[in-house]
Design a protein around this ligand. Structure first.
Ligand code: TXA
Ligand code: MG
Length: 320
């Protein structure tokens, strides 16, 4: 049976022994294991039921020297690290092939590195003195957890220690950037550090043409709730759809309460950061409700909303 704790010493002992511990980060909870322990890495894939060709992010403490895992850090990446680390930004570098296990990188010549901001994650990393690999702490393809209780719900029967660090303040996964090209970066997964923030910091450095970099884990479906979820670009269509259903759907909308007042649901905040904070939390609440069908309104296709919009579109099916 999984247990929730706030005992950092206990978590450290488990990690040192090669066991998996669910840990808080500022984005979502992660299933963490010692990156130097092949057995621990294998346990993570098994627990998550994750295909082996979906590589893992290596988490490091602030100010660690990355040269033992990374072969080159382009200048623009140094600027990004200075500006956004610790924080919700993952950088994919050319790796020191002999130092990073192929089970972490999916056998590629690149490695993804993130320096999380959550103080508990930082404490664990600096006390351990070695990186932790940590995918989001959900079964493969499902909604990521933003509380310790969410993790426990998914892994109730596993012998898993869950370190409680409160609710994650960002609420969706980190932005992932390829820093493998010497002069230009590419966004591989949108996050709350968005395109316009990156452009402001690094004008003219975004790689526009498609690279040859293999990007595993870019699935059409991901972050999925248990119940069927339909996404709508506009409220009118969404309301019409709801009125046609025999049973009332659960409605996640930006509309003021009056429009969907006859439906169970939640009014999404009119702000991308706050919606990111609420999104997975509210999708899980919707799954717990009596409704058998969920509907959600899509935010606009602008830089600040892109990450939230992408998560919603992958979680559900878009209705035009
Ligand atoms: O916010 C986050 O990033 C969270 C917290 C726990 O840190 N972690 C997370 O991990 O979202 P995960 O495993 O759910 O997603 C990692 C993504 C996957 O899509 C994977 O394919 C990609 O990172 N990735 C990992 N290594 C890569 C590499 N070398 N090249 C390209 N993509 C990589
Ligand atoms: Mg994930």
């Amino acid at each position: 049976m999984s247990i929730i704790t706030t005992n950092i010493e206990l978590a450290l002992t488990q990690l040192q022994q090669g066991n998996i511990v669910a840990i808080p980060t500022e984005t979502v909870y992660g299933l963490a294991g010692n990156a130097d322990n092949e057995d621990a890495v294998r346990k993570i894939y098994a627990l998550k039921n994750r295909p082996l060709n979906h590589p893992l992010i290596m988490h490091v403490a602030q100010d660690w020297d990355l040269s033992q895992w990374v072969s080159t850090i382009p200048d623009y990446a140094k600027i990004l690290m200075q500006h956004f680390w610790p924080g919700p930004l993952t950088l994919v570098f050319q790796s020191q092939a002999k130092r990073v296990s192929p089970s972490i990188t999916g056998g590629q010549a690149t490695v993804a590195i993130r320096c999380p901001k959550h103080p508990i994650a930082q404490t664990l990393l600096s006390r351990l003195g070695m990186p932790l690999v940590a995918p989001s702490a959900n079964p493969f393809g499902k909604v990521s957890p933003t509380t310790a209780q969410h993790v426990q719900k998914s892994f109730a029967d596993s012998d898993l220690l869950i370190l409680d660090g409160g609710r994650c303040e960002v609420g969706i996964e980190s932005t992932i950037i390829a820093a493998t090209h010497p002069d230009a970066y590419q966004i591989l997964r949108p996050g709350m550090i968005d395109e316009s923030a990156l452009r402001r910091l690094l004008p003219g450095r975004e790689l526009n043409e498609f690279t040859t970099l293999r990007v595993p884990g870019r699935l059409a479906k991901h972050y999925q709730p248990e119940k069927t979820l339909y996404c709508f670009p506009d409220q009118q269509r969404m309301l019409q759809f709801c009125q046609q259903q025999a049973q009332k759907p659960y409605v996640l909308s930006f509309a003021k309460n009056t429009v969907f007042k006859d439906y169970p649901g939640y009014q999404l905040p009119d702000n991308a950061d706050m919606t990111a904070f609420e999104l997975y939390f509210q999708l899980r609440r919707a799954d717990q409700s009596d409704a058998s069908l969920l509907v959600i309104e899509l935010p606009p296709d602008t830089s600040d909303w892109r990450a939230v919009r992408e998560r919603i579109m992958k979680a559900g099916q878009t209705k035009a």
